[in-house]
Design a protein around this ligand. Structure first.
Ligand code: NAP
Length: 251
C-alpha cells in the first residue's frame, strides 16, 4: 500500500488507533474518511481537522453498513483503501451467564462487522489503483489473553479470514492487497489501557507501524517489535510460556 494519494475509509475512527491512523494518513497526503457511532466525536474531528470527512456507521448493523456503502459509492467513488479497525474488547467470566451477551457482542462487532464491511466494500475497491483492505486484528489472535476469551477468538478468526481473503483476491486478480495489523497492548481506552505502563504509547505504535509499511509496501502483516513475542510464540516454541504469562494478567 502506498502511503500517500489514497482515499481511505477507517471504521472506528473516533478514537484510539483508528483516529491515530486517520490523523497520520491525513497528514501524509491521503483523503481520509472516519466512521463510528459517536456523532459528537465525528463532528469534533472534522471541525479540528479540515479535509477529514466523517459519517456515522455502526458495523453491528447491516443497514448502517449498506447506507455507508451507498454513500461512499456516490460521494467518494475514488475510495481505494478500507481500514477495518472498529472493535470492542471486554472481560468475560465464562462461568457467569451474564457474560454471554458480551461474548455475542464481540462476534457481532469485531467479526461479523468486519466480514459484512468486506462484502459491502470489495465491489468498490476492486480495480482501483493501489487498492487495499487493512484489517486490524491483535497479537492476541496468536496467543489468547484468557480474561477476554471471545475477543481473542474474534481476532484469531479475523486473522484466518484475512488469509483467505488475500488468496481469493489474488486468485481473482482483483488487485486488492490485504494487510493485517496485529497490535500489542496499546494505550487507548480499550480495556482501560490509556495509562497502562505495560502497553505501548499510541504515538510510538503508529510511528513504528507506518514505518513498517513504508519499508515494505507489499506487507501482508504489520507487527511491531513489541508484539513479535506473541505473534511468533507458536512458531518458536514459546507458546506455553507466553500463554502462562498472559494468564497472569488481570486474573
Ligand atoms: N488498544 C489495544 O491494546 C489494541 C491491541 C490490539 C488490537 N487492538 C484493536 O485496535 C482496534 C481499535 O481499538 P482501540 O484500541 O483504538 O480502542 P478504542 O479507542 O476503543 O477504539 C475502538 C473504535 O471502534 C469503534 N467501534 C466500536 N464499536 C463499533 C461499532 N459497532 N460500529 C462502528 N464502530 C465501532 C469505536 O467508535 P464508536 O464508539 O464511536 O463507534 C472506536 O472508534 C480494535 O479493533 C482493537 O481490537 C487494540
Amino acid at each position: 500500500m502506498k502511503l500517500t494519494g489514497n482515499t481511505i475509509l477507517i471504521t472506528g475512527g473516533t478514537s484510539g488507533i483508528g483516529l491515530g491512523l486517520a490523523l497520520r494518513l491525513h497528514e501524509a497526503g491521503n483523503k481520509v474518511i472516519v466512521a463510528g457511532r459517536r456523532k459528537e466525536l465525528l463532528d469534533e474531528i472534522t471541525a479540528e481537522h479540515p479535509g477529514i470527512d466523517a459519517f456515522v456507521l455502526d458495523v453491528s448493523d447491516p443497514a448502517s453498513i449498506a447506507r455507508a456503502a451507498d454513500r461512499v459509492a456516490s460521494s467518494y467513488p475514488e475510495l481505494n483503501v478500507l481500514v477495518n479497525n472498529a472493535g470492542i474488547m471486554l472481560r468475560e467470566n465464562l462461568l457467569d451467564p451474564a457474560s454471554l451477551p458480551v461474548a455475542e457482542d464481540h462476534v457481532t462487532v469485531n467479526l461479523l462487522g468486519t466480514i459484512r464491511m468486506t462484502y459491502a466494500f470489495l465491489p468498490l475497491l476492486t480495480g482501483k489503483d493501489g487498492a487495499a483492505v487493512m484489517n486490524v486484528t491483535s497479537a492476541l489472535a496468536f496467543v489468547p489473553l484468557p480474561i477476554t476469551p471471545t475477543y481473542n477468538a474474534t481476532k484469531a478468526a479475523l486473522h484466518s479470514f484475512s488469509e483467505s481473503l488475500r488468496v481469493q483476491l489474488a486468485q481473482a486478480d482483483a488487485g486488492v492487497q490485504v494487510i493485517e495489523v496485529a497490535p500489542p497492548g496499546v494505550r487507548t481506552t480499550m480495556l482501560d489501557q490509556e495509562d497502562n505502563e505495560d502497553s505501548m504509547p499510541l504515538d510510538d505504535f503508529l510511528t513504528e507501524t507506518l514505518d513498517l509499511l513504508r519499508e515494505r509496501p507489499d506487507a501482508k502483516e504489520l507487527v511491531v517489535e513489541r508484539a513479535r513475542f506473541v505473534r511468533d510464540a507458536e512458531a518458536n516454541g514459546s507458546y506455553d510460556t507466553v500463554l502462562a504469562q498472559l494468564s497472569g494478567i488481570g486474573a
